[in-house]
Design a protein around this ligand. Structure first.
Ligand code: SAM
Length: 261
């Protein structure tokens, strides 16, 4: 069977996906530990297997039984990744059809769908979601080259569930700058009248209100902004999830209903 999808630019880099890896291990480590023979697919790992190897090491630290398969549509990139294989970590040639032995508990696809059209991206999201093991989660996201501005969404059997933003706060003038790294299914929706635009506008407003917290550092300002969004009623946004332990890392998660209409 011909792999489903198209070869795209292979840009990747060391530690590029560290923010989402940190979130994955904290938020979904339990899901992996509770699974029988947990399998994770890293779809579209790029010109080098670096981020898949990092994902494997980080997941093994919280779930020693996990197996990771890197799936890449460019056969030369698969051949180049083979020397990095080790027990529990393999690389295979394939696409959205996912040529893996059993349904994965978790699929990670980062900086892959942005090269596709919005409709194709939705089709891929639902197609991948249908390949998950019962209770499994798909994490699809986008980030800049150095992994300092990121966003990702989760999809499970019931459809999209959450959107998370994560950033190096020192580089951020205002939260809406993260719009440039929105997942493909949202990036064209960031226009007035759309929920994602309202969310980012409310986020910027809360950020501006919390400007006095700057004197305590940018992290304190981010936490105060999240708390303001959590406490403000009525607001155009659903309250952020995760709590201070996640917010202090420069992260924030919202229910999909806050952006998906
Ligand atoms: C920009 S790289 C991303 C690398 C890595 N995930 C990262 O974020 O650093 C995107 C990779 O996805 C691959 N790709 C695109 N569509 C794919 C598909 N349907 N199945 C598997 N790989 C795909 C491309 O060939 C490319 O190597």
């Amino acid at each position: 069977m011909r792999p489903i999808g198209a070869v795209t630019r292979g840009t990747t880099g060391y530690n590029r996906l560290r923010r989402s890896d940190r979130w994955l291990t904290a938020v979904h480590g339990g899901l992996l530990r509770s699974a029988d023979r947990p399998l994770v697919v890293d779809l579209g790992y790029g010109s080098a297997p670096t981020t898949t190897v990092e994902l494997f090491d980080r997941l093994r630290a919280v779930c020693p039984a996990v197996e990771v398969v890197g799936v890449e549509i460019d056969p030369e990139r698969v051949a180049a990744a083979k020397p990095a294989e080790r027990p529990g970590l393999t690389f295979v040639h394939g696409g959205f059809e996912l040529p893996v032995a059993r349904p994965p508990t978790l699929i990670r696809a980062f900086n892959v769908l942005r090269q596709y059209g919005e409709e194709e991206a939705w089709r891929a999201l639902y197609g991948l979601r249908d390949r998950l093991a019962p209770g499994g989660v798909l994490v699809e996201g986008t980030c800049d080259e150095l992994g300092r501005r990121c966003s990702w969404l989760t999809v499970d059997a019931d459809g999209p569930q959450t959107i998370t933003f994560a950033a190096r706060l020192a580089d951020l003038d205002r939260p809406s700058e993260l719009a440039e790294r929105l997942p493909k299914v949202l990036i064209h929706r960031n226009v007035p009248g759309e929920p994602i635009h309202e969310l980012l506008t409310a986020f910027d407003h809360a950020w501006a209100v919390c400007a006095p917290f700057r004197s305590h550092g940018v992290r304190a300002r981010w936490i105060a902004t999240a708390e303001l969004l959590a406490g403000t009623r009525p607001v155009a946004v659903r309250p952020p999830l995760g709590g201070r332990r996640r917010w202090r890392l420069g992260e924030i998660t919202f229910a999909w209903s806050a952006v998906g209409g």
